[in-house]
Ligand binder design. Structure first.
Ligand SMILES: [Zn+2]
Length: 339
C-alpha cells in the first residue's frame, strides 16, 4: 500500500500527508464522502504512515517491520472495527476502549479504524464519545462514513473532518484503463455509469464481464422490437429477472437512449458514450424516435427498482411500455402519468 494508490483525492491526501510531515497528528479523524471513493484505503495507508518506522516525509517506506505488518493487515497496533451484521455494537466499542488503555506494542500510535461509523448504535456512539473526550496520548481514531450527518454532533465536533469527493468520470476511466487494463470503450461506459464511485465501477465491471453479452442482447432486443411488430423479442428477454441484472439492464438502456437522444438533437459523435456502435445508433435513432420519453420511462423504472418493487412485474411492465415506443408510435394522448 502507498499513497500513490489513492486516486482522485488530492485535497484529502495533502491534508493528511501535511499533518504527518509537520508532526501534527490529531486524535480523531472523520473521513466522509460517498461510497467507493477511497476512504477505507486512505484510512489504512494513513494508519500505516503513522506507524512507519522510517516515515517523516509523509510517505511510507514500505520496507520496515511496521509497514510489512500493516500491508499484511496484522499490525498489532492498528485495529479495524466494522459493523457486525448491520451495526457497530456497544460491546465492540467497550472492547476498543479496553484495548486503548494498552500502549502500542510496536509502533508509535495505537490506531483504531472505525469503518462505516454511521452504523454505530446510539449506545456504542455514546460509549465512543467517552474515550474521544479523553483519549490516551498515543491513540488515533479514524472513522469513515458515507453519512456524516447521522453521527452525533458531539462526535463530529471532536473529529477533524476530511472530505472525500466523488471521483470524476475521467479519473475512473483512467484508473480502469491504466490499472485494470479495461478496454477503453468499456471503461468509458463504466465510468459514466459509476456515479463517481470506483467500487461501483469495479462492481459493474464484474457484472459486465460475467454477462458480457448483456449490452449486445439488450441492443438486439431493441433492434428486434423496433423492426418486428411482435412481442417475440421481448419474451426472449424474460430471463433477466435478478435485481442486479435488471439494474444493469436499465443502466445500459439509459446510456443507450441518452446517446440516441443526443444523436437526434445534435448528431455530434464526440458526445456519445457508445462510440463503438455508431452504425447502430444511427439506425436506432430512426427506430426509436422518442428517445427522450423512453429515458423518462427508464428513470421511472430505476426509481421503482430502488423501492424494492416486484422485479418480474417491474420488468414486464417496463418492457411492455418500452415496446409501445418503438417507431415513435406512442400517441401524445396516451395516459401513463407525468413523463
Ligand atoms: Zn515503513
Amino acid at each position: 500500500m502507498s499513497w500513490s494508490e489513492i486516486i482522485g483525492q488530492p485535497v484529502a491526501v495533502r491534508q493528511l500527508q501535511n499533518a504527518v510531515k509537520r508532526d501534527r497528528i490529531g486524535h480523531a479523524y472523520l473521513f466522509y464522502g460517498p461510497a467507493g471513493v477511497g476512504k477505507r484505503t486512505t484510512a489504512r495507508i494513513f494508519a500505516q504512515t503513522l506507524n512507519c518506522l522510517e516515515s517523516g516525509t509523509g510517505d511510507v517506506c514500505g520496507q520496515c517491520r511496521s509497514c510489512l505488518q500493516s500491508k499484511a493487515g496484522n499490525h498489532p497496533d492498528i485495529l479495524e472495527i466494522t459493523p457486525m451484521g448491520t451495526s457497530i455494537r456497544i460491546q465492540q466499542i467497550r472492547d476498543l476502549s479496553r484495548e486503548a488503555l494498552f500502549r502500542p506494542l510496536a509502533g508509535r500510535h495505537k490506531i483504531f479504524l472505525i469503518l462505516g461509523a454511521e452504523n454505530m448504535t446510539l449506545e456504542a456512539a455514546n460509549n465512543l464519545l467517552k474515550i474521544l473526550e479523553e483519549p490516551p496520548a498515543y491513540v488515533v481514531f479514524i472513522l469513515t462514513t458515507t453519512a456524516n450527518l447521522r453521527l452525533l454532533p458531539t462526535i463530529l465536533s471532536r473529529c477533524q473532518q476530511i472530505r472525500f469527493a466523488p471521483l470524476t468520470v475521467q479519473a475512473i476511466e483512467n484508473y480502469l484503463v491504466q490499472q485494470e487494463a479495461v478496454d477503453p470503450v468499456l471503461a468509458r461506459q463504466m465510468a459514466h455509469l459509476a456515479g463517481g464511485s470506483l467500487s461501483e465501477a469495479m462492481e459493474l465491471r464484474q457484472e459486465i464481464q460475467t454477462e458480457k453479452s448483456l449490452r449486445e442482447a439488450a441492443l438486439e432486443m431493441l433492434t428486434q422490437m423496433g423492426e418486428e411488430d411482435s412481442l417475440a423479442a421481448l419474451l426472449r428477454f424474460k430471463p433477466w429477472e435478478e435485481r442486479s441484472q435488471v439494474k444493469l439492464l436499465l443502466q445500459v438502456l439509459g446510456l443507450w437512449f441518452r446517446d440516441l437522444m443526443i444523436w437526434q438533437k445534435t448528431a455530434e459523435e464526440r458526445l456519445l458514450v457508445n462510440q463503438d456502435r455508431l452504425d447502430l445508433i444511427r439506425r436506432h435513432a430512426h427506430l426509436w424516435k422518442q428517445a427522450d420519453q423512453v429515458l423518462s420511462l427508464i428513470q421511472d423504472a430505476r426509481q421503482k427498482l430502488e423501492k424494492n418493487a416486484n422485479i418480474p412485474l417491474l420488468l414486464e411492465v417496463f418492457l411492455l411500455e418500452l415496446f409501445e415506443y418503438r417507431g415513435g408510435l406512442v400517441s401524445a394522448s396516451r395516459s401513463r402519468g407525468p413523463l
